[in-house]
Design a protein around this ligand. Structure first.
Ligand code: ATP
Ligand code: MG
Length: 449
């Protein structure tokens, strides 16, 4: 077990000698830490407490990346933190965290957590070994070893600006390795979301998951079924909205985790008869990544619309073959797939409603006569639905001519718009085809299961 972190215990306390990297030997500078986080660190220190930056903030700064957020760890108890800051709220029932508010910015301050003797309080564990016990406060050493990966357990000390490493995390950071602290299977069983975190960090940082930590993932994916749907929603956003969603998706599939999150989608992806569903999801995710790279907004509604499209489309096609109108079919298929998906991932209504609109508007793009195009153009969800149409057209699911028409129509002058609406259209999914369909519903070959 050379890869496991050694923990020396003496009389119940954990004693580990840290590696301390002094300021001149690392590249974390206060200038790269958010002003508010620096304020919180200094205020805690000046009040006589220990204060460290920890987690992703330290990891990313050491890698020369821009951190998403800055978390702070301290030996001050939550009530003591509150006494130091007037702009502070305590949250969480089982483990209290302090949120220090600066306008809209929130700096999270956590008291060092200690895990009591792992053999104690066994009755608080679920059947699968998931950690249900309440956490207790502890020392910085204990706080370090209960974190997930070694590279996430590094501390930046505001006292002397050094980086404190209890777990050989700097070595792993330099080698580009993700290594869980402790026994991997036990740690995944304690919290199965760590498997998703492993994949997310591997994709985001371009790191390798250490082989001992990688192997159990293939076997333990079903533990994700026990994770509350609301927590999985948060995790899915982090997985797919971090700018490397395509890579993350491919890794999730590699580790058999994608199907745990999106069982209906996986069902179609695994058939891959026409290479079609995979490329649609791939293209949709690539599109999301590009938008993030360009600083354009991305919405979870569009992301979920992409991820769930294949099962929705196939179900709607079956319903249309049975005589339902395109809108009826799409609405019912949407209901059914969203209901099934919500057993795994709780998509809040503020995202699932616009997602459904993106789907429901698709058939309206085929109606290009009279005033209908103008009405569609003024629909609040037009832009997202149009982007979605482009994705479909790029994959050959609908005619490119249709997508091009809408591209042109949006930019056309009033006069040209009128001309375009009255001109005969290419017979893609237009009026003629609709008439034909009414007599004998025809399903495209690739739509059949
Ligand atoms: P990022 O914010 O870039 O996504 P992060 O590492 O900061 O990455 P957070 O979710 O912000 O991730 O968590 C902050 C820190 O809390 C982590 O770095 C890790 O030390 C610890 N942590 C978070 N989730 C877990 C978990 N499930 N098990 C153990 N430790 C965790
Ligand atoms: Mg973070």
């Amino acid at each position: 077990m050379a890869d496991e972190i050694k923990i020396n215990r003496s009389e119940g306390t954990t004693i580990i000698t840290p590696i301390v990297i002094p300021r001149p030997e690392h590249k974390i500078s206060r200038a790269n830490i958010s002003e508010n986080a620096v304020k919180v660190l200094y205020r805690l220190k000046n009040a006589g407490f220990q204060a460290y930056l920890v987690g992703g903030g330290v990891r990313d700064l050491l890698l020369g990346r821009e951190p998403k957020d800055f978390d702070i760890a301290t030996d001050a108890h939550p009530e003591e933190v509150r006494r130091v800051f007037s702009n502070c709220r305590l949250i969480g029932r089982r483990f209290r965290l302090a949120h220090v508010h600066f306008g809209r910015d929130i700096v999270e301050v956590a008291t060092f957590r200690g895990n009591v003797d792992p053999d104690a309080e066994v009755d608080h564990e679920s059947e699968n070994g998931m950690l249900l016990r309440d956490n207790v406060y502890g020392s910085i050493e204990e706080d370090a070893i209960r974190r997930d990966f070694t590279v996430n357990a590094l501390y930046y000390n505001i006292e002397d600006f050094s980086v404190v490493d209890y777990v050989d995390g700097v070595k792993d950071l330099e080698a580009g390795v993700l290594r869980l602290l402790g026994d991997p299977e036990t740690r995944y069983r304690e919290d199965p979301v760590r498997m998703l975190r492993a994949v997310r960090f591997a994709a985001k940082l371009g790191f390798l998951i250490n082989p001992q930590c990688e192997k159990p993932i293939f076997e333990l994916g079903d533990l994700l079924d026990d994770i509350p749907a609301a927590r999985l929603f948060e995790e899915v956003l982090k997985l797919f909205m971090g700018g490397v969603s395509l890579n993350t998706f491919e890794k999730l599939r590699h580790y058999d985790l994608f199907g745990r999150l999106f069982p209906d989608t996986e069902e179609y992806l695994s058939h891959e008869e026409f290479g079609f569903p995979v490329t649609f999801v791939n293209r949709g995710l690539e599109n999301t990544d590009n938008r993030i790279a360009e600083g354009k907004p991305v919405t979870p509604a569009f992301l979920f619309a992409v991820l769930l499209w294949e099962p929705v489309r196939q179900m709607a096609n079956r319903m249309m073959a049975n005589g339902d109108s395109p809108l009826q079919a799409m609405q019912q298929a949407g209901n059914e797939i969203v209901f099934r998906q919500s057993q795994r991932i709780a998509i809040p209504k503020r995202f699932s409603l616009p997602m459904r609109e993106i789907w429901n508007l698709q058939h309206r793009f085929t109606q290009r006569n009279g005033k209908r195009p103008l009405r569609l153009l003024s629909h609040p969800r037009f832009r997202a639905a149009y982007d979605f149409l482009l994705l479909r057209a790029e994959g050959g699911e609908t005619e490119m001519e249709l997508a091009n028409w809408w591209t042109e129509f949006q930019e056309a002058s009033e006069e040209d718009k009128n001309r375009m609406m009255s001109q005969p259209k290419g017979d893609s999914e237009g009026v003629k085809r609709k008439r034909r369909r009414r007599r004998k519903p025809k399903v495209k070959k690739q739509d059949q299961e």
